[in-house]
Ligand binder design. Sequence first.
Ligand code: SAJ
Length: 437
Amino acid sequence: MNQTCVQSVCVLGLGYIGLPTASMFAKSGINVLGVDVNQRVVDTLRSGRIHIKETGLKTVVQRAVNSGTLQIGVVPAPADAFIIAVPTPSRDDHSPNLRYVHAAAEAIVPHLRPGNLVILESTSPPGTTLSLIPILEKSGLTAGADFLLAHSPERVLPGRILVELVQNDRVVGGHTYEAAEACATLYRAFVTANIHLTDATTAEMAKLMENTFRDVNIALANELSRIGATVGINVYEAIRLANFHPRVNILRPGPGVGGHCIAVDPWFIVNAAPKESTLIRTARQVNDEQPGYVVDLVEKAVSHIVNPSIAVLGIAYKAEVDDVRESPAVEVVAKLRKRGYNLRLHDAYARQLPDGTPFESELAVVVKDAHAILILTDHVMYKRLVPSSPELLGLMDRIIIDARYCLNAQEWRLEGYSVHQLGVAPSARATELERVS
Ligand code: SAJ
């Protein structure tokens, strides 16, 4: 099949991945139509604003929209290449919900032409890309002979998306080798790193394995935090020392695993091969139980106070992002509220819970008259706090509960604070890092 040189691209889905990807293609000189079914998103982008907090993205999008190389619409139009970058959430039973992917493929059908390239970018269960063939062939065209189909998953870190889109190696997988090659040629419009070619299903699994590798390793760290508290050590100190081994890299314990990727992608593998996925499923369960261990830590820290009120610092799923989706902090808040605790919420970037409930933006207001501070996200704003910070003057009792090991406990104890840290036994001696001169 003679594949046309791509001069126009239609990107379906303008979220955390679709919008940056569309903008990078536009920046490389390709005419892009960015499509989203959410009219609010379309109106926001057309007005020159963006609906996503991401370093440098607003400038790139505004330049592309103002130059006319990035058009924004609600429905697709004919293009040399179509990129599906829509959400692939999992249901409550952890089964994959592919209705957005299927809807996007259906929307492409009327516009599919011979020589076109269709790319699924969304992280998807193995076999999803090939499952689009019967939908796309409703166009009367034949996959492989008339149009090409490939999978091109991203691996960018929120907060560094525009850098990593360009600099990270990429894996692309084709329904045919020709499709993989055409996909690689297209992404070379902005990718400067290596692009590795394979088949579609292998590319799908490689992406899922990347995040599953991380989830399993975070589960190890979280389980070690429980063991550390039981055997009487500071697990972070033990991890620090263990990681001096040239081939060991134990990750950091925390309050759980958030975001719409690491907590979701492993379930795509478990769902595809349930009998064989023992460790992967168990790691998910370990991480999902971690918020409960934070609640236990809070209970112990304030057990001597009647009706304690707690200032919760950090709702986003990780430091320096404003995304509260699937955040373990949200799970901790829900559990504490269910046990009757009076909570005041704060985040350095986010301003509302996933259900839209807004919370206070002024830290001093949140801390005033609280008995304790609970840190759930290690935003730099919180790591910079010191006992004399003016925002803390209104704190009623000097109790710090640190689920991210982001404060120097010795420094706070010297100022009369009681400090409770996940994975650190009360009897654990001061660590190398905490010894204050
Ligand atoms: N976390 C820990 N301890 C750690 C590392 C992370 O508790 O040592 C927690 C974080 O606090 C957060 C969650 O895990 O709640 C996920 O954080 P993350 O930084 O691992 O992941 P994401 O979801 O922001 O980005 C990941 C990245 N994948 C890998 O690092 C293998 C990114 O490269 C992917 O592109 C992204 O998922 C995705 O979109 O798939």
